[in-house]
Design a protein around this ligand. Sequence first.
Ligand SMILES: [Zn+2]
Length: 320
Amino acid sequence: MSDSQDSSYASPPFDHEKADVILRSSDNVDFRVFKLFLSLASPFFETLFDLPQPSEEMSTDVEIKDGLPVIPVSEDGKTLEPLLRFCYPCTLADDPPLDDFRDVINVLEAAKKYSLDAIARTICKSLFLPKILERDSLRCFAIACRARMQDECILAAKYSLREPLIPTWFEEIELITCTELLSLLTYHKKCGDAVQALKADFSWFTAAYPQWTAAPWMVAMESNGNNCACARSTSKRFTPGGYTSAQWWEAFMDSTFLDLRDRPCVETIRENVEKAIQAVRQRNCRYCSAAAPGGMRDFGALFINKAEELIAKVEPDLKF
Ligand SMILES: [Zn+2]
């Protein structure tokens, strides 16, 4: 009635002439929709539309526009549009692309509010994909917490081990509670501690490298038993067969375990392996430049397996 001239119609398919109700977004966009599609998607809408519809004579506070009741909703058009697209059959509307995190949160919250559970699950599936989790694990974590989605929350927490223990600020951090953040940090710290067991008990290593001949470059020797050009450490840490190890090898092990405290994930091991290979190549030891890269990558695979086993045993304490 009075403010209908201020509202505009949404674009197709939400401007259909045969629609039987209008949903008006908080920013005054009118979506002409079919009750049936929304009722089938959500018990919330079913109940809403089952309420006696006002007639023009008896109602003064419900607007009628073009002969259809107008139901105001608190979501803006940008949130309502994708939500309605999900409710409609795919022959009438494609599922919307959701590539902006803010939009995803709003749509997800609206889906929860309107009991659109299947849609909430669809949105989650589109978000919690490896390629998105690898890049934005903490943002995904925040969204999962906000939406109270336990499995997705744990999945995102696992991916977040690739980030430093104290992450840089991200916008969605404001969506999570201090308790949730503390749980995440505790989990991260526990994983960092768990991996250190590989440093304390070296049996996994000596089982795979019982003799120096299994990896002569580790002890700065050539496979014929001659010393190579690399310096040896004076300590006997990280050594196969009781030999003193190459200095660069010991430095690699020390820095990897240190980095694993901050980022307890396989990427940390992989990166340190590649860094060590680069350093060996730069030092121009003729023997190690040829032998160490392959040997280091084999060792890296073993290290990764063992680290993954230990990290997998740590359970995030995240319950809603
Ligand atoms: Zn060497």
